[in-house]
Design a protein around this ligand. Structure first.
Ligand code: NAD
Length: 411
């Protein structure tokens, strides 16, 4: 079986959180959409249990015609719950199949009725389909959530439809700064449960010192791992150095690293790098999809033992072995990834981007979520999640950015 055609036979099984799954900030924004601007929607999304409330909230404004669940981040309980509530949930067999299903499902919905349609997705799954979607006049465009998807739209453009990306918004940076903790949580759980190992003192390599890499390095350091960095961009290596990490050339770093966490969004560990991987090392990815490690090439050169979806062991011709977690997909989705109030913030921005598409305010082609949306989300979030700010109605934040011009409190 080719690795690019991996089947995820078992979707994640998790219990929906019993408490704290509400989305008060998002709920507060639902009423901001004019009744005349309410197209249908398709969601191509991570379907963890925490997404159930989001799907229902979106549905109350932009009726959800289909949910395409990303296979490596689909929880069986979320799929079942939404199906039981009448949602049409599609579960593709693999990442390549997600590209196929995304286009097929959206086109089916477009053919079903001529009511306007918007899509919210995570990963550029419609990036190759934009010209075909543009043929439908009632298709209003796509909202993209992730950097991985943003880059895919960038490299496949120009697009004849609006593609509104929130991947590089300052609010997304807030989320990025805590992804490292989620990545570390899942790695630590696997280390403890499957390898009887701990993070403390572990020699770890973080490949890519961007937003996710930095946050992962900080999290590992906080767990007393000895963290070194490799980034292809020299400026990032300098940044890592002054933040107290050790930037090292890749082929010096790999032979000494017991844990390698790929955070580049690219294929950072290729076949030519494989002989340098330390015997017994564990490779985990924080990158979307399964692109970080050249698994197809590794499988061709190595013998592979697939103990479970969670752990594969590769034995190189030299006899050295290394492990890959979760088939190279982002490890944090095993444990719910981002939770709590920050999830509410992300969903708010996605929703307001959908509102932009619905009102036909987004330009044709790839554009970024505009600052007024971030301001609106920030305020909605503070109103819902900060008692202090929600009480301080005279504070300058409520007039931001106007208050920046004055630099003074309101009279
Ligand atoms: N796991 C999650 O929950 C989660 C959340 C958000 C984003 N992501 C994904 O994480 C990935 C990284 O996103 P980001 O926002 O940190 O991007 P970024 O652009 O901020 O950082 C990527 C870094 O990798 C470096 N890099 C690129 N190619 C490299 C290579 N071959 N070797 C070494 N370094 C290389 C770049 O120089 C850059 O510094 C993306 O795929 C994104 O979609 C995952």
């Amino acid at each position: 079986m080719r690795l690019s055609m991996i089947r995820f036979d078992t979707v994640r099984v998790a219990g929906a959180p019993k408490f704290g799954a509400e989305l008060p900030a998002l709920t507060g924004l639902l009423g901001t959409v004019a009744p005349t601007d309410r197209p249908r929607s398709v969601l191509i999304t991570h379907l963890l249990d925490t997404a159930i409330a989001y799907v229902e909230a979106v549905h109350s404004v932009f009726p959800v015609a289909r949910v395409v669940a990303i296979p490596y981040s689909a929880s069986s309980s979320a799929v079942q719950t939404l199906r039981a509530k009448g949602f049409n949930v599609i579960l593709p067999a693999s990442i390549p199949d997600t590209f196929v299903q995304s286009e097929t499902q959206v086109i089916e919905v477009l053919k079903e009725a001529s009511t306007p349609l918007i899509v919210q997705e995570v990963g550029g799954y419609l990036a190759h389909a934009s010209a075909r979607l543009a043929a439908f006049q009632h298709f209003l465009g796509v909202v993209e959530d992730t950097n991985n998807g943003h880059w895919l739209y960038e490299s496949t453009g120009p697009h004849p439809i609006p593609v509104l990306s929130m991947a590089q918004s300052p609010l997304k940076a807030v989320e990025d700064s805590i992804i490292g903790d989620a990545v570390l949580f899942s790695i630590e759980r696997i280390l403890r449960e499957e390898f009887a190992a701990i993070c403390q003192g572990l020699r770890s390599a973080v490949i890519g010192f961007g937003k996710i890499g930095r946050s992962t390095a900080v999290a590992l350091k906080g767990r007393e791992s000895v963290v070194s960095i490799y980034d292809i961009n020299p400026a990032k290596d300098m940044s890592a150095k002054v933040e107290g990490f050790f930037p090292r050339p890749l082929h010096d770093l790999l032979p000494e690293s017991e844990l390698v966490v790929g955070c580049t969004g690219q294929t950072s560990i290729r076949l030519t790098d494989m002989p340098f991987i330390k015997d017994g090392a564990i490779l985990a990815s924080a990158t979307s999809k399964a692109v970080e490690f050249a698994l197809t090439d590794f499988e061709r050169e190595c013998s592979v033992e697939k103990f479970s979806d969670l752990i594969w062991r590769f034995t190189q011709p030299s006899g050295k072995r290394f492990y890959v977690l979760l088939q190279g997909t982002p490890v944090n989705f095993r444990d719910g990834s981002i939770l709590g109030t920050i999830l509410d913030m992300i969903y708010c921005e996605l929703f307001l981007c959908m509102r932009e598409l619905a009102a036909k305010r987004a330009p044709i082609g790839l554009s970024k979520s505009p600052p007024p949306i971030q301001d609106e989300v920030g305020k909605a979030w503070l109103r819902s999640h900060s008692d202090d700010f929600s009480r301080a109605l005279g504070d300058k934040i409520w007039d931001y950015p106007e208050s920046l011009k004055l630099g003074l409190p309101k009279p």
